[in-house]
Design a binder for this molecule. Structure first.
Ligand code: FAQ
Length: 347
């Protein structure tokens, strides 16, 4: 386990000043460190891995960043399922690139978690043991190639709504990872919308397939934003710490407002009779998602939970030799570099 806060934990809080090559250290008490942390947060500045941070802040971040990383990796499965059955070479190339991007997103996020002292091995093992979560949306099946388009449009669309504000999250490595991820998610959303638009210009059967797929993914997409604010135990503290900058309901509303005109342009409807423009609020009203279904899926009882985790476990077990080989190669390369440096120095 990496311990980025080791300095603080083992030697006690200290401030270092260099004077004529001698490092002077002064003890700084916990209250002062907390005040510095609060000041950084209130200035909307970044907390960096080597900065002092409250243990609960670190734990909350590890929880959220790990869940986010797991979602990207588990999220490769529903669409990956269709790579070998893509309808054309062009669609196959697009889908391959997208699924590969999700793997990259997972890696940036595991790296961000690593700066907080949580290794990728440790987090993956927790995921496989059911001790950490991943997004509910990936526990729904992809029943047709049309679902690839719907996931791009709605699921990546919801991910963008949630993730653009995270570019300004208070923890530096997380925010910086999100900037790159959001750029790629925006391409993902457009490819999904373009796929659906192409199908809507096709046959009656293709149009029906788009509507059927949208009907299945609409409610699970709304659930991606998490439980309603009055049932969200983490939001208040995460907002105080600047980890989250918007509540779950605010982002869900933003997503609905953004998606309705896109659906109209596409020529599909959302399966919600309560969906209406509210002039007074300046937003669309919509019905309440089925929160019992949401919690059932989050607790492991969705249509594909077992399958998703079993697949992840299989991939992790089968990849053990690759990780071992990569580690051995890195160690040998480091030893070679050291030997070469020693030989050069001896000349
Ligand atoms: N699914 O108190 P809150 C993507 C849990 S990436 C499962 O509101 P918080 C890209 C929550 O963890 C999608 N569990 O929690 C892609 C907590 O449980 P815990 C992932 C959920 O953290 C596209 C409990 O419920 N994105 O799609 C969900 O303040 C296509 C109480 O909830 C992120 O992870 C859920 N939907 O807010 C890839 C974004 N919602 O941990 C492939 C970053 C809530 O206390 C293909 N994360 N829970 O045991 C966040 O913004 C937040 O963590 C929320 C939840 C908003 C998800």
């Amino acid at each position: 386990m990496v311990e980025p806060n080791d300095q603080c934990r083992t030697h006690g809080p200290q401030k270092g000043t260099s004077k004529g090559g001698v490092v002077m250290t002064t003890q700084v008490n916990e209250t002062e460190l907390e005040a510095q942390f609060a000041d950084t947060i209130s200035r909307k500045d970044r907390i960096e891995p080597r900065d002092w941070m409250p243990e609960k802040y670190r734990k909350t971040l590890v929880r959220q960043v790990a869940q986010h990383a797991h979602s990207e990796i588990i999220g490769m499965q529903p669409e990956g399922n269709w790579i070998s059955r893509a309808p054309s070479l062009r669609r196959k190339a697009i889908l391959l690139a997208k699924v590969q991007d999700e793997a990259g997103h997972g890696l940036y996020l595991y790296s961000a978690a690593e700066t907080l002292g949580a290794t990728r091995d440790e987090l993956t093992e927790k995921l496989i043991a059911g001790k950490q979560k991943y997004s509910s949306i990936f526990n729904y099946p992809t029943l047709s190639y049309t679902d690839v388009g719907t996931i791009g449009w709605l699921v990546d669309g919801a991910a963008i709504c949630n993730q653009v504000p995270l570019c300004r999250t208070s923890f530096g490595p997380y925010g910086r990872a999100m900037i790159r991820i959001c750029k790629e998610e925006s391409f993902h959303q457009r490819q999904g919308y373009e796929l659906l638009m192409t199908m809507m210009r096709g046959t009656e059967e293709q149009r029906a397939s788009v509507q059927e797929s949208v009907n299945r993914f609409w409610w699970p997409s709304l659930m991606m934003f998490g439980p309603p604010d009055d049932d969200s135990p983490n939001t208040e503290q995460s907002m105080e710490w600047g980890i989250k900058t918007h509540t779950n309901d605010e982002l869900r509303q933003k997503f609905v407002d953004m998606s309705v005109p896109q659906a109209e342009a596409l020529g599909v409807t959302f399966p919600d009779e309560g969906l209406k423009w509210n002039e007074e609020r300046g937003h669309y009203d919509f019905s309440t998602p089925d929160w019992d279904e949401f919690w059932a899926v989050v607790k492991g009882n969705g249509p594909c939970n077992e399958q998703r985790v079993a697949h992840r476990k299989r991939a992790w077990d089968e990849g053990a030799w690759v990780r071992e080989a990569a580690l051995a190669f890195a160690e040998n390369s480091a030893a070679d570099t050291e030997n070469t440096a020693a030989e050069e120095a001896a000349k």
